[in-house]
Design a protein around this ligand. Structure first.
Ligand code: ADP
Ligand code: MG
Ligand code: MG
Length: 210
């Protein structure tokens, strides 16, 4: 019901911010192996600021709140992941104009993925967040549209798919982002951005479960 949607968005952002604070060192450790050791700090700072921004916003719709999250991530986070996550939240927020439904959340996921791919130019297999996001979005869509699952059950499937996507990043060579500078030396390391994508999806699922 529409009156509860803004509260659910704030709750999700709070969960994500808390989770990324807990995982800050872990994500930074992953980024220190194949990047510049700031991914945990970047997403933690970004979502902390996003939480403050949505908590200060009264009377906003779900769409407005998600737009605020995106704008805050873009302005607060300098690294690759800030504009990718932020720009995608901004772009996809438009899909929530009519509220949060099974259909609108499928459209949200697709728009989000489309923006990440547009901006970053990474395909599946480039060892980026796209490797977690793509199977998650496809699985969510299929679970809703073909398997007739509830959004909650579909989100659980999407989380499982993202988890397999994260595992898939470990043995492959990076061809986008900083990790690509390492070439073959990036093999054997898990991608930090795919990992933060999984954590974000897990917290969205946990919020939906409440
Ligand atoms: P930076 O690399 O600028 O320090 P972060 O450390 O915050 O930024 O984010 C790194 C993550 O961003 C990577 O692990 C990867 O998942 C993601 N990433 C980097 N470049 C791209 C890209 N071109 N497309 C999609 N994701 C990317
Ligand atoms: Mg980095
Ligand atoms: Mg950096």
């Amino acid at each position: 019901d529409a009156a509860r949607e803004p509260g659910a968005i704030v709750a999700a952002v709070e969960r994500i911010a808390d989770r990324l604070a807990e995982e800050r060192e872990y994500l930074t450790e992953l980024d220190s192996a194949i990047g510049d050791a700031d991914h945990g700090t970047n997403v933690n700072r970004g979502f902390r600021a996003a939480l403050e921004a949505v908590e200060e916003t009264d009377d906003a719709s779900a769409q407005d709140l998600v737009q605020t999250v995106g704008m805050t991530l873009v302005s607060e986070v300098g690294g690759a992941a800030g504009p990718l996550y932020g720009g995608s939240f901004m772009h996809a927020s438009g899909e929530l104009a009519e509220g949060i439904t099974a259909e609108s959340t499928v459209a949200f996921g697709e728009a989000f993925l489309e923006k990440v791919r547009d901006r970053g130019g990474a395909e599946v297999g480039a060892k980026t967040m796209v490797d977690a996001l793509t199977p998650a979005v496809h699985t969510y869509k299929k679970s809703i549209e073909q398997d007739d699952l509830t959004p909650l059950a579909a989100l659980a499937k999407a989380v499982d798919a993202a988890e397999r996507g994260v595992d898939f990043t470990l043995p492959i060579r990076a061809t986008k982002g900083r990790a690509s500078y390492l070439g073959w030396r990036s093999v054997g390391h898990q991608d930090p951005g795919a990992t933060s994508t999984l954590f974000i999806l897990e917290e969205i699922h946990a919020t939906a479960e409440e």
